[in-house]
Ligand binder design. Structure first.
Ligand code: ATP
Length: 243
């Protein structure tokens, strides 16, 4: 029998109060893969991440992770399943040090200090800049370093799935390259990642499979390389003129 899926959504509907934003999302995220979620502004990508992390309730449909039903689970229960959300805008505690921000990620874990130290070391190995800046207030970091800190805080929650919203927003191409390299390295070590990314080329190049959203629905799915080569996708999302 095939391994259970890390995330399995069928007909997921969600929104804000009376407003429905997501209309029957079907999605399968496999363990060990990078999955990208792309689509234009307002397509519903952030709303889907919020529903998956339990920040907004589902209106209908099913949501399972490793065969466990999470449709009515709270944000804390979902986090304890290892589904960890790195939100858009990073949401760091600006006055706190980088290290204290990272430790906040482990707040709900009941693990020995020695294990936390090892996990911190792993974050600092992934993002050496954070080790240099470990005692600095998070507010003094550059945008790229703040994103590293937000991802590092996510890693400190011991994720099975790291969900990152808007990886590259506001960052220079060089920083984006560094972050992409870090995500590739994490994935090579086995980390599963669900990524929302405005830069469609970066996202499709990085991911194993991708889902394209429009107006609250999944309109296309496929392997990253296959979608990147598709003239319709290139025309609609990459603004690339075919030769
Ligand atoms: P972006 O790339 O601009 O962040 P997105 O694909 O992440 O876009 P969402 O932020 O999920 O899209 O927004 C999807 C729809 O939900 C939009 O029409 C938006 O106006 C609406 N929406 C988002 N947040 C709320 C909210 N708190 N209350 C009501 N409607 C909302």
């Amino acid at each position: 029998m095939a391994d259970p899926l890390l995330l399995e959504l069928n007909g997921l509907c969600a929104g804000y109060g009376e407003i429905q934003v997501l209309w029957g999302i079907d999605m399968a995220v496999r363990s060990g893969e990078i999955t990208a979620l792309i689509g234009s502004n307002g397509a519903g990508k952030t709303t889907l991440m919020r529903a998956l992390s339990g920040l907004i309730p589902m209106q209908s449909g099913s949501y399972r992770s490793n065969s466990e039903d999470l449709a009515t689970a709270s944000a804390a229960q979902i986090l304890s399943h290892g589904i960890v959300h790195v939100p858009e805008g990073r949401r760091l505690f600006g006055a706190m040090s980088v290290e204290d921000n990272l430790l906040m990620g482990a707040y709900s874990r009941k693990v020995a200090r020695a294990k936390l130290t090892r996990d911190l070391d792993r974050v600092y190995t992934t993002f050496p800049k954070l080790r240099e800046r470990r005692d600095q207030a998070a507010a003094t970091l550059s945008g790229g370093e703040q994103q590293m800190c937000a991802i590092g805080r996510g890693l400190m929650s011991a994720p099975q799935l790291l969900m990152i919203d808007e990886l590259s927003l506001g960052l220079s191409p060089l920083l984006v390259e560094q972050l992409v390299a870090a995500l590739r390295a994490l994935n090579t070590e086995g980390m599963s990642i669900l990524l929302v990314e405005q830069d469609v080329t970066t996202a499709l190049d990085l991911c194993h499979s991708a889902y394209i959203m429009d107006m609250g629905r999944i309109v296309r799915t496929g392997q990253g390389a296959e979608l990147l080569a598709d003239p319709i996708i290139r025309d609609a999302y990459l603004g690339v003129l075919e030769e």
